[in-house]
Structures are given as structure tokens and as C-alpha cells.
Design a protein around this ligand. Structure first.
Ligand code: ZN
Length: 439
């Protein structure tokens, strides 16, 4: 099937485009991008409603799909339905499933479920260590051959420096980045919230920012030692951003991501509007205003490479317990685009082109995946955005199987209008004016 998306504002930083262009899609590929394209007679013309933005498909490089093993929280099918509703054409999924993604068999299982769901692309991330136990390296060669795109023990850091060294050396041979959940576990201890005034006043045990930055510094040093690529997941502390800048200045192969909640929310939410709300319990924790502002600065100045959601679904019953006992994490796939528009693009912190770089181009580069670009011949993964359409988040209406979001009731300006994966429309948003033309 051939389609011409005619006359939208195309934002494609990989090719230096931000202006009104036509995008011609032939089957699952981008056939041509330009002004006033002449196309074959068998091409269906789609006039892009004015005000909508056409960009390369968004890629969320940090998602917990929970399958296999925790299908009561999320499945590959429900998670990828949430992904495409959120504008993501691809997600990379974390290996802390049950069983752990630490061998080719589990990689193949996840990919089979993704093919059955047939919505977003799914890129499995393999465990660094067998069973994520931090002892022996997992079967990296075998997992790479089966389709895994990176390695991580996410949920935990790689336990020892020597294991991280070996992981970086071995992963480097297969051109795989190692994604690190940076957390010095003795400093984290039994902490449940950011160490500071708000945690103290509520009697909650604290986790200092240094628990994150110390581990980031270890891993950046090991990246330098080995020449391997380390990616710092869900960065939250200003000290960690300084560590990443230090590593980059030395030429270490280090990249990093930040979640929407860490550049919007702070630990003030531990006490208000609802004290002890388990939907503001995540790991790393919401930090202080200074940390949140540092993340905004890093997004603007280019030192942060990617925005990733750390989509972490949990069943309502699991979150309906005391703060200390609740699991860490919130869902994020369907709130990300509205937050990026409302909190970053509309206030002028970053341009829309920079947002596309953070949500599409850079994740594709870090994971060495196709996409992130509307170049001729590229996969036809396209996200259509409606910057002026408003949405109010209603947790019960999320596509994700879990509803654990702190953003319920928040209103944002800027939504996903349509999501196209491999040339096929997999989502149109009834709340975005005109989006039905992409069906
Ligand atoms: Zn993590």
C-alpha cells in the first residue's frame, strides 16, 4: 500500500527538517520526503490536518512489559497497546521478568508475543547476569543472536565492579550497550524516598542522590577502562548528571536517559496533595527541586541523551498498601507525550526538534535500531502529534493493564494523534481533531 501524508509539519532532526513537507510511504518504507511530491496513481492521499506534526516514530528505551511471569500487571499485548496509544512505535523491554530474560529462549518468547500483538516493535533487553543474581554473566552471544539489543540487570545495579568490567568487555564484542540502574546498594539500604526534609518529616527512610552518582562514576570509569558503552538509566540526581558530563568530557562512551516524572515532579509530593501516595513511590525516588531543575537544564543543553518512561505497571492491590511496603514504579507510556509538550516544549525549555531527538533519534542510535529518521528507505515508523489538543489523564481509561499513575486528573496540552508502524496505522486518537484521516 502506498500513502502520501501531504502537507504536515515534518520534524525530523536526523535529516535537518522542520517545515511543511510531504511524506510518501511505500509499503513499510519511507519512499520520498519533499515539497509537492508527484506520486503514483495508486497512492492514497492523506491531507494532514493543519497544525499536526509528522515525526519519526517515538522509541521508549525503558519499559517493563512484565511478561513472562507477571501478567496480572501487564502483558506484551497490553503494554504495546499502551505504547502505540502513547505515540511509541517501538519499546525496549527490561529483563526482570519471571523467568528472567537471560537466555535465547525467553528472548524468543517475548518476540513471539510481540509478533502476535502486532502493534509496537519490541526490543528485548537481556540480563547482564544469569537470573540477574550478579554472579555469572548471562549467555550474551546467544541472546544477541536471538534479537536482544542491550544488556541490563535493571531493578538492581550490576553488583560488582569486576562483573561490570567483564560485561562491558564482552558486550563490546557484540556491539551491545550495557544499561545500568545506578544504585549503590549499601547507601540505598532500606530507603523508600529521597533523603531530605519531606521524607524525614513523614518518617520515611531516605535514599541520597549519591547512591546513584557513586555507581554512575564507577561505571563511567569502567567504560573508559574497557572502551565499552554504558547507558545510565532513569537518572534522577544532579550529581549523576555532573558525573555523566564528566565522562562525556573525557570521551567515555556514556549516554543517559531521564524519565518524565523526574523532570516534572519532586519529593514535595510525598506529603501533598495526598500524603503517603504510593503512586509517587518509584526507584530512583522523586528528588528535590534542585535535582528536577538540573534535569531540565540537561535536557536543554544537550547533556541528556534520551527521555524514557521506565513504564513500571503494578496491580492496584499491590499499590494499595503502606508506603514502605508498596512496590516502586509508575506507568508512563501514555502520559509521556502530553508531559513533554506541556512541561518542555510549550514553555520553551526545548524545541520540538530536540524533543524528537530525545524521544526517537537518540534512542534509535543508542540501541542501534532502525528508525529515528524519516530518510528515504528508512522504516515507515511515524508518529503524528497534535501539539494544541488537550487531554486530561484518566487513569481508568489507560490502555495499560495497570493504572498506577500520579498524573490522574492532570490536564496537558499536546497529544499523540496517530501512530504508524511499518507503514500500517496502529492507533488513531479520537480526541485529536482530524486524526481519523490516518486510519
Ligand atoms: Zn531501574
Amino acid at each position: 500500500m502506498k500513502r502520501l501524508l501531504r502537507g504536515g509539519r515534518v520534524v525530523d532532526p536526523a535529516n535537518g527538517r522542520d517545515g511543511v513537507f510531504d511524506v510518501w510511504i511505500d509499503g513499510d518504507r519511507i519512499a520520498q520526503v519533499g515539497r509537492d511530491l508527484r506520486v503514483d496513481g495508486d497512492t492514497r492521499i492523506v491531507d494532514v490536518p493543519s497544525g499536526l506534526v509528522v515525526c519519526p516514530g517515538l522509541i521508549d528505551m525503558h519499559v517493563h512489559l512484565r511478561e513472562p511471569g507477571q501478567e496480572h500487571k501487564e502483558t506484551v499485548a497490553t503494554g504495546t497497546a499502551a505504547a502505540v496509544a502513547g505515540g511509541f512505535t517501538a519499546v525496549a523491554c527490561m529483563p526482570n521478568t519471571s523467568p528472567v530474560i537471560d537466555n535465547a529462549g525467553v528472548v524468543a518468547y517475548v518476540l513471539k508475543k510481540a509478533a502476535e500483538a502486532n502493534l509496537a516493535r519490541v526490543y528485548p533487553i537481556g540480563a547482564v547476569s544469569r537470573g540477574q543474581r550478579g554472579e555469572q554473566l548471562a549467555d550474551i552471544a546467544e541472546m544477541k543472536a536471538a534479537g536482544c539489543v542491550a544488556l541490563t540487570d535493571d531493578g538492581h545495579p550490576v553488583s560488582t565492579a569486576i562483573l561490570m568490567r567483564r560485561a562491558l568487555e564482552y558486550a563490546g564484542m557484540f556491539d551491545l550497550p550495557v544499561i545500568e540502574h545506578c544504585e549503590e546498594q549499601s547507601l540505598k539500604g532500606e530507603g523508600v524516598a529521597h533523603e531530605g526534609f519531606h521524607a524525614s518529616s513523614l518518617g520515611l527512610r531516605g535514599i541520597p542522590g549519591e547512591a546513584e552518582s557513586i555507581m554512575a562514576l564507577r561505571d563511567i570509569s569502567l567504560a573508559e577502562l574497557t572502551g565499552g558503552a554504558v547507558h545510565v538509566a532513569h537518572m534522577s540526581a544532579r550529581q549523576t548528571l555532573d558525573a555523566v558530563r564528566y565522562g562525556k568530557s573525557r570521551g567515555a562512551r556514556v549516554t543517559c536517559e531521564v524519565t518524565p516524572h523526574h523532570f516534572v515532579l519532586t519529593d514535595e509530593m510525598l506529603g501533598a496533595p495526598v500524603a503517603y501516595d504510593t503512586n509517587v513511590k518509584m526507584n530512583p525516588p522523586l528528588r528535590q527541586i534542585e535535582d528536577r531543575d538540573a534535569m531540565l537544564a540537561g535536557l536543554a543543553d544537550g547533556s541528556i541523551d534520551a527521555i524514557a518512561t521506565d513504564h513500571a505497571p503494578h496491580h492496584a492491590d499491590e499499590k494499595a498498601v503502606e508506603f514502605d511496603r508498596a512496590p516502586f514504579g509508575i506507568v508512563g507510556l501514555e502520559t509521556c507525550v502530553p508531559i513533554v509538550f506541556e512541561k518542555l516544549v510549550h514553555p520553551g525549555h526545548i524545541t520540538l526538534a530536540r524533543a524528537v531527538e530525545l524521544l526517537s533519534l537518540n534512542p534509535a542510535r543508542i540501541l542501534r535500531r532502525p528508525g529515528g529518521s524519516l530518510a528515504v528507505g528508512a522504516v515507515a515508523d511515524v508518529t503524528v502529534l497534535a501539539p494544541e489538543a488537550s487531554t486530561t489523564i484518566v487513569a481508568s481509561r489507560l490502555m495499560s493493564k495497570s493504572k498506577n499513575t500520579p498524573f490522574g486528573g492532570w490536564t496537558f496540552r499536546g497529544v499523540t494523534a496517530a501512530t504508524i508502524v511499518g507503514g500500517r496505522t496502529v492507533f488513531t486518537n479520537p480526541d485529536a481533531p482530524g486524526a481519523a484521516v490516518f486510519a
